[in-house]
Design a protein around this ligand. Sequence first.
Ligand code: ADP
Ligand code: TRP
Length: 321
Amino acid sequence: MKVLAGIQPSGDLHIGNYFGSIKKMIDRQDKDNVYAFIANYHAMTSVKDGPTLSKYTMQAATDFLALGINPEKTMFWVQSDVKEVLELYWMLSQFTSMGLLERAHSYKDKVAKGKPANHSLFSYPVLMAADIILFDTEIVPVGKDQIQHVEMARDIAVKFNNEYGESFFLPEHQVEAEVATVPGIDGAKMSKSYGNTINIFGEEKKIQKVIKKIVTDTTPLDEPKDFESCNIYALAKLFLDKNGLEDFEERYRTPGEGYGHFKLYLHDVMWEYFKPYREKREYFENNQDEVRSILKMGAEKAALIAAEKMEIIRCKTGIAY
Ligand code: ADP
Ligand code: TRP
């Protein structure tokens, strides 16, 4: 299977990004053809400061490698290093109706939150479609919020194929129910834009502070508590195995402990889970040249595939003359 996903370098990675997308890519590396890239053109829609965008790009690359992207197995590159994607973006624009883009939830949400409604924000799904279908992707592992974008990529590919004959494979999204929407500390979807994230590689003190802010009900210490509606439990669930989870549920049923104790436990479990990754991160942090050469190698491989595909597409569309 060809599995592809991009992540925007628009800030610190959080555990919603990890369980919703990154981990799924990493887990598939042994059995599938995994294509992972850093979507820095997409990030321009929110990061307007040049030095910050380039810093975030290297930071995302460092984080991905630390979390287990293996460049021997996975094609790993930065979006802007394979320019074919921009050419395809233009070609796909011919097959993207205004109505399709006007229906995009993500665009509507962003504008409703006060982002200026400019063309890049509006045509964001077309660039994402180009990212996906350029590589004949079969599966796109994403969180629930991105399902519509993958469906739009399919719609656009169908229209192109109808016009020029079978050219692109039709991709499907992969969303797992348990991690479709990882909640933030307030119970809403964890998202950078809501300021409710728990970051993967934050400082321990800061993470402790954030975990302390997780919203709970006010059941007193000496009463049993409901784990199913509890945000601490929903987050701990991501890190615990079956036995660990059963033990934790028992602690909710048994009076005597409060949410403060459960928060400390969540911190410990999470801190332990990411420990090996923190160590690996430190290595890559100290060897940024190695990160750069990994990205370069990935871009070279991706560019070869992209060039070959676009050669065919240029002929079909008459752009090659
Ligand atoms: P953010 O909402 O923080 O800006 P992005 O839009 O950059 O995150 O998301 C990057 C990837 O992580 C996407 O595949 C997205 O679906 C996934 N993702 C982000 N937040 C969550 C979440 N809370 N639960 C599950 N997946 C998520
Ligand atoms: N829009 C995605 C997000 O915000 C990032 C992205 C860009 C992407 N291109 C992609 C994800 C292609 C999957 C496939 O998370």
